[in-house]
Ligand binder design. Structure first.
Ligand code: DGJ
Length: 729
């Protein structure tokens, strides 16, 4: 049992292989207090002694407590608004105009072997009950608002997964204003806040900022997790590096509006860290007997630095978040026509790309935007999921079967959540888009978003996509989503329920995705949102890979992919070689470097093979042969970040197979310098007692030498890259 309750101390001890999370019920049975989260502790009995409560001046003493204690001084597991705790609440509910979570008390608790399933939401999972243990603590305010806090600890993975259920057990309706997935209070503020932010084509750059007194958050009000911030934060010590130091990661399994951040009280010094659905613009009505379930938050502690924390996320997401046939299958090398043709293609052009790509060793041909309705540019036709007959007179079936006959798989792009004002769908259903009735809805990329809070609209999308997938031999779907929400509203939702819209939309998206991935279990789905605009664990539950960014420049991608790897495994990251000058930043990098960067992901091409010279074609052939040799290690091995592209010219990482027999070392130099100084790259994850031979040579290094001394590099020119394969001898 990884969760133990001590009757005497009223403390819960939650254990993962290397970590302990502890909390206790206060003597009068009212508050669930946070005690500890960190490296594994043998016995938590003495932890209570370490926590002392003082009453800060200006903190109100809780009427519901002993008359001497203020909620503001306690470390809470269930942070509520209404009583004497005035920091950012995880939970806030209004009843008859009052913030009613005044004095919630622990009612009961249950330890469950396994992990109960959440309804309608993406989630981490188990395959056997002995993989995890779950604690559910029921907390209730006398107003009849019940909160069930759920904590799952994995037996073999250092992750704690939390969510909450809020239930109305009163006889009056109330409105939920805030329902976060997790908050953790620390009596410690020696941290920095690490976050992943960016913009379109610059996703998930690593930011690290000192904590300040007050509230610091990242988040989204865009209706999607978005390009600007990922639903991931970590508290790290100022001295934490990739290989040493403490870090506490928080990641939300959700694709909509979110908030994640810290509230450091200058009154008490207490630091509250929190993550969940963004309360801005959110409310949820709960009638008597109704419940609301928050998304899951995945919390990971490591005392061994950022790489160790990331590896825990990678393992959990690769094996217990991603699902289906593709979870454990080697992913195909693909070619996508988008940057080769944009909207300007026909059947012959696509078949020509496919034929040449097949000769180069590509395994999957993906037809991107422009195959449907009258779509010759991005002005129209989203929602009209039938073939553009001028471009594809023989339809998708014929095209797919011609591609399949060449020995390739065929994949297709959809943007199912959208509707163009100029579309047959809009003419037939003028109120199916998100809008405020009576107001003109703004466009972005000349499109609107479908009102997926409505079941009939969800059903339309499911049927439209399923119709195409059924009739043609399609092995892969790219699921795009190219705008965020404005003028949020629905023609079908009661006006007082409009605060529920954004979450209802996301639940609609999840239902559609679930139906389709269940109906087409052999299809590989790749998520996309103008590149990596909704790259989050919510989508990964349905789609095991994601188009990481629209920016495919090799230099830019170093940062984007490195930053993404903080939380997400390599196997989830789509990465393609595109033409030069690059279409996003106009930089020209060598084909070798473009290939070597894209090989740190789901490798593919996004260019017209016909534009390649014979030498380049030969190089591409070699790249594909090489990637096929290393892809098992890259996709399923452990990734170690060795040198950060955010810190210098040289960046590096290695991938190590589970048995440590094969190592793939990747090194990249952006700019060269005259008279360059030597830099050492120390490998990680090898067997120190084994020798490793550089593949294709007779050179042998000790694993200990590679890890402690490293390999030396000195680059005097721009855009150099190397991928070195080492095999245990
Ligand atoms: C945005 C995607 O990120 C691109 O890869 C491409 O599919 C375009 N949309 C097509 O409109």
């Amino acid at each position: 049992m990884s969760i133990i309750f001590n009757e005497k101390t009223q403390a819960f001890c939650l254990s993962t292989p290397n970590t302990t999370y502890a909390m206790a019920i206060t003597n009068d049975g009212s508050v669930l207090r946070h005690l500890y989260w960190g490296s594994k502790i043998r016995k938590i009995d003495s932890l209570n002694d370490f926590t002392q409560d003082v009453l800060s001046s200006f903190a109100a003493t809780d009427a519901a407590l002993d008359g001497e204690t203020s909620s503001e001084n306690l470390l809470h597991e269930c942070a509520c608004m209404g009583g004497c705790d005035m920091s950012t609440p995880a939970f806030n509910a209004i009843c008859d105009g009052f913030h009613m979570l005044v004095a919630p008390k622990v009612k009961s608790w249950e330890i469950i072997q396994g992990k109960p399933k959440l309804c309608d939401l993406p989630q981490t999972y188990i395959e056997n009950d002995d993989e995890a243990t779950t604690l559910e603590v029921t907390i209730e305010d006398e107003s009849g608002i019940r909160i069930i806090l759920s904590y799952t600890v994995y037996e073999n993975i250092d992750a704690i997964v939390r969510h909450a259920v809020i239930r109305n057990v009163s006889d009056r309706p109330f409105v939920l204003k805030s329902a976060l997935s997790a908050s953790v209070d620390f009596d410690d503020r020696d941290f920095e806040l690490l976050h992943l932010d960016g913009a379109w084509a610059r996703e998930r750059h690593i930011g690290r900022t000192p904590l300040m007194n007050g509230v610091q958050t990242v988040g989204s009000r865009r209706g999607a997790s978005g390009h600007l911030h990922n639903p991931f934060i970590a508290l790290v010590r100022p001295t934490t590096t990739e290989t040493s130091g403490e870090c506490y990661g928080f990641n939300l399994v959700y694709s909509g509006n979110f908030v994640a951040g810290c509230d450091l009280s200058s009154l008490t010094g207490r630091l509250r860290t929190f993550i969940g659905i963004n309360p801005d613009g959110f409310e949820w009505h709960l009638n008597p007997g109704e419940s609301f379930t928050t998304p899951e938050a995945v919390m990971v502690y490591s005392a061994k630095g950022l790489t160790d924390m990331s590896q825990t996320y990678h393992e959990l997401y690769r094996t217990r978040l991603c699902r289906g046939k593709w979870r454990d299958s080697v992913r195909p090398v693909l070619i996508n026509n988008w940057e080769a043709t944009y909207f300007n293609f026909n059947e012959d052009k696509i078949l020509d790309i496919a034929k040449q790509a097949k000769d180069l060793g590509v395994e999957l041909m993906v037809l991107d935007d422009g195959w449907f309705g009258k779509r010759d540019n991005d002005d129209c036709s989203l929602g009209d999921w039938f073939e553009h007959k001028d471009k594809l007179p023989n339809g998708i079936e014929a095209l797919a079967s011609k591609v399949v006959d060449m020995g390739l798989k065929f994949g297709l792009w959809f943007e199912p959540e959208m509707i163009s004002p100029d579309s047959e769908l809009h003419r037939a259903h003028p109120d199916w888009h998100i809008h405020i009735p009576g107001r003109t809805a703004s466009v972005s990329r000349k499109q609107w978003i479908l009102d997926l809070s409505r079941k009939e609209v969800q059903d339309y999308v499911i049927d439209a996509v399923a119709h195409i997938l059924k009739k043609a031999d399609i092995s892969y779907v790219k699921w795009d989503m190219n705008r965020n929400m404005s003028e949020i509203g629905s023609a079908a939702l009661a006006p007082e329920r409009m605060g529920e819209f954004c979450h209802r939309y996301i639940l609609g998206v999840y239902r559609i995705m679930d139906e389709l991935v269940t109906a087409f279990p052999d299809v590989l789905f790749e998520g996309c949102s103008g590149g990596g605009g909704r790259f989050d664990p919510g989508i990964l539950y349905y789609m095991p890979q994601y188009w990481t960014s629209d920016d495919s420049d090799a230099v830019e991608r170093l940062k984007i992919q490195y930053g993404t790897s903080i939380a997400y495994p390599t196997i989830t990251m789509g990465a393609h070689v595109s033409a030069v000058p690059n279409h996003q930043v106009h930089r020209t990098t060598p084909l070798k470097m473009r290939g070597d960067v894209a090989m740190m992901g789901q490798f593919g091409y996004e260019l017209a093979p016909a534009t390649l010279s014979d030498e380049e074609k030969a190089e591409v052939k070699e790249q594909i042969i090489f990637y096929k040799k290393i892809r098992e290690v890259v996709q399923f091995g452990k990734m170690y970040r060795l040198k950060s592209p955010f810190e210098g010219n040289i960046s590096a990482w290695d991938f190590v197979s589970e048995d440590k027999n094969t190592v793939v070392l990747c090194i990249y130099n952006v700019l060269g310098y005259a008279a360059p100084k030597a830099e050492w790259i120390r490998l990680c994850g090898l067997d120190p007692n084994a020798d490793y031979k550089v593949d294709g040579t007779d050179v042998v290094y000790g694993g200990d030498v590679l890890m402690n001394s490293g390999v030396k590099r000195r680059y005097d020119h721009d855009f150099v890259s190397e991928i070195i394969v080492l095999k245990k001898v």
